[in-house]
Design a protein around this ligand. Structure first.
Ligand code: 5GP
Ligand code: MG
Length: 180
């Protein structure tokens, strides 16, 4: 499938299923080297990261744990700014080597607002692994420690990412086709 329609929009193939699988395996191999003997705790941020999290975790052949959270944002005070809090965080992060799993870092706003909450729980270390990064969209000082692909500053779907709830089950990545 080269071109697909979701709701009112046309998308075209951007990164193939084979290229995604190859790259996710490479990133898993890098993480495996870095975290040998550390029993890392992966925290997948729902909904978007669930496919990436599953494939990455399956490729990781060292002892490791995984858990999932949802993020909710609300307006804090003027000193705290926007606050992003975790729903469903049952794990004790104290002393753990934590790796946050994201589908995409766009402006960086979400992770930038959420990182203080993670740090507050005193993990031994905290890193970010993201499936995608949009370097041209970045507005907050957030850096991924592991990123599978840098992409153009355009809207993408597939491999967990949706357009108004649809498209998450596409095995490849599709980009908005503005010529259509
Ligand atoms: P940020 O806080 O980094 O600006 O936004 C991150 C979130 O915005 C992602 O977790 C994702 O839910 C959503 N997002 C950003 N860019 C895209 C995109 O191109 N496609 C889709 N489907 N979601 C996106
Ligand atoms: Mg998301």
């Amino acid at each position: 499938m080269e071109n697909i329609r979701v709701h009112d929009k046309q998308f075209k193939i951007y990164i193939s299923q084979a290229d995604i699988q190859k790259r996710v395996a490479e990133v898993a191999a890098a993480i495996k080297e870095d975290y040998k003997g550390l029993n890392p705790l992966f925290i997948g941020i729902l909904n978007g990261s669930f496919i990436f999290a599953a494939d990455l975790f399956r490729n990781l052949t060292i002892p490791a744990e995984i858990s999932f959270i949802k993020l909710a944002s609300y307006k804090g005070t003027s000193s705290t700014g926007n606050v992003v809090t975790a729903i469903g965080m049952e794990e004790d992060l104290h002393g753990r080597h934590v790796i946050l799993l994201e589908d995409i870092i766009d402006t960086g706003k979400t992770l930038h607002a959420f990182l203080p909450e993670i740090l507050h729980r005193q993990p031994a270390s905290i890193k970010i692994a993201t499936f995608l990064t949009k370097p041209q969209a970045l507005q907050y000082p957030v850096t991924a420690d592991y990123s599978c692909f840098n992409i153009d500053n355009k809207f993408v779907i597939g491999y967990g990412l949706d357009y108004d709830k649809l498209g998450r089950n596409l095995p490849a990545l599709y980009i908005l086709d503005e010529d259509q």
